[in-house]
Design a protein around this ligand. Structure first.
Ligand code: NAD
Length: 338
């Protein structure tokens, strides 16, 4: 059998990014899958020097490989350069942000008594992330929320297709169309239109504030969540909190020409460089990447090894109640690979 080497752009990012990226590369390589890692560094000083949030070496690499594994990159707050992540999603039209949120067996959370198994589909290219802000007169600012039929139909189709292929039963569209009647109203009309084509899948709608409460009081009732960009961003972190926090939830940004896999969490400046970052989220993102590359056996083994490691509390990192370091956890995952 020919052993195919998959080219993948590795963007370690900054803050805890390089620590969790190194750990993930070690774990993926230990599965025996051949990956041709093409490293593209990206951080504030590279961005400032290049004068662009997406310097040519990053764009050219993803154009070649079509697949990226990315650590977080710090975005300055209230000024400075714009978000690398938003730029990447726009550049490669990575319109579907997919975040599976599952309880990890063995991990103690406030919700240990219920099984949480949902997948969040967040529209990734528009809404308030269009970056169209304007100071009308001094101290009066508008920020444009852009919702289009094309993008809304596309994310709804992506979510329903996934539901059908993976045998899931219910899609819940989340909105605030009672207030933003035009913008969220259009999003909702598109969701309904697509839902009508998938009669075998139950379709529900929830207003975002109510959805947030329902997620906390009965998270086990959610299956697939379908949201515009901003609500998707906020609800993803809320959902991460239900299963153990940002350290354990993976993500994928999917487009027709490229896919970039990254954790939900940011660069965690409070713990960067201390060797205590939890690499689970990026490792689970790499599991999604392996599935995308058709490496199903390696994906299954890596996921199983991570789950087995959660049965050994001493090897876990402090954010999930352990005493271990990033390296201890990674060594345990590699030792647990069947
Ligand atoms: P954050 O996700 O970096 O951190 C929030 C909290 O979660 C912190 O207490 C942190 O220590 C903890 N945490 C996050 N990831 C962890 C991990 N893997 N292991 C253990 N603990 C972890 O969110 P923030 O502080 O709001 O953002 C920091 C920076 O990251 C900002 O500049 C933000 O713009 C950027 N950011 C980048 C991305 C990305 O590149 N995809 C995503 C979100 C935020």
């Amino acid at each position: 059998m020919v052993n195919v080497s998959h080219p993948v752009t590795l963007i370690p990012g900054d803050g805890i990014g390089p620590e969790v990226a190194d750990a993930t590369v070690r774990a993926v390589n230990a599965t025996g899958v051949s990956i041709d890692w093409q490293r593209a560094d990206l951080n504030a000083s590279i961005i400032t020097k290049a004068g662009h949030v997406l310097p040519p070496h990053v764009i050219e690499s993803i154009e070649r490989t079509h697949v990226g594994l990315k650590g977080p990159v710090t975005t300055p707050i209230g000024g400075g350069f714009t978000s690398v992540n938003v730029a990447l999603r726009k550049q490669f039209d990575l319109y579907a942000n997919v975040r599976p949120v599952h309880s990890l067996p063995g991990l103690k959370t406030r919700f240990t008594d219920v099984t949480i198994d949902m997948v969040i589909f967040r529209e990734n290219t528009e809404d308030l992330y269009s970056g169209l802000e304007h100071e009308v007169v001094k101290d009066v600012v508008t920020s444009l929320k852009v919702i289009t039929r094309t993008a809304s139909i596309r994310i709804a189709e992506y979510a329903f297709d996934f539901a059908k292929k993976s045998g899931r039963k219910k899609v819940t569209a989340i909105h605030k169309a009672n207030i933003m009647k035009l913008a969220d109203g259009l999003f909702l009309r598109c969701c309904r239109e697509v839902a009508a084509r998938f009669s075998e899948i139950e379709y529900k709608e929830l207003i975002v504030d109510n959805a947030s409460m329902q997620l906390v009081i009965r998270p086990e009732t959610f299956d697939i969540l379908l949201l515009p960009n901003l609500y998707g961003d906020i609800v993803s972190d809320l959902a991460a909190g239900l299963v153990g926090g940002l350290g354990v939830v993976p993500g994928a940004n999917m487009g027709d020409q490229a896919a970039v896999f990254e954790a939900v969490h940011g660069s965690a400046p409070d713990i960067a460089g201390k060797g205590m970052a939890n690499p689970t989220a990026l490792m689970l993102s790499a599991v999604l990447m392996l599935l995308h590359l058709g490496e199903h056996d390696a994906a299954r083994r890596l996921r199983a090894a991570i789950e087995r490691t959660y049965a050994e509390p001493s090897r876990l990192t402090p954010d999930v109640g352990g005493l271990g370091s990033t390296r201890d956890f990674t060594d345990a995952v590699i030792a647990n690979l069947g």
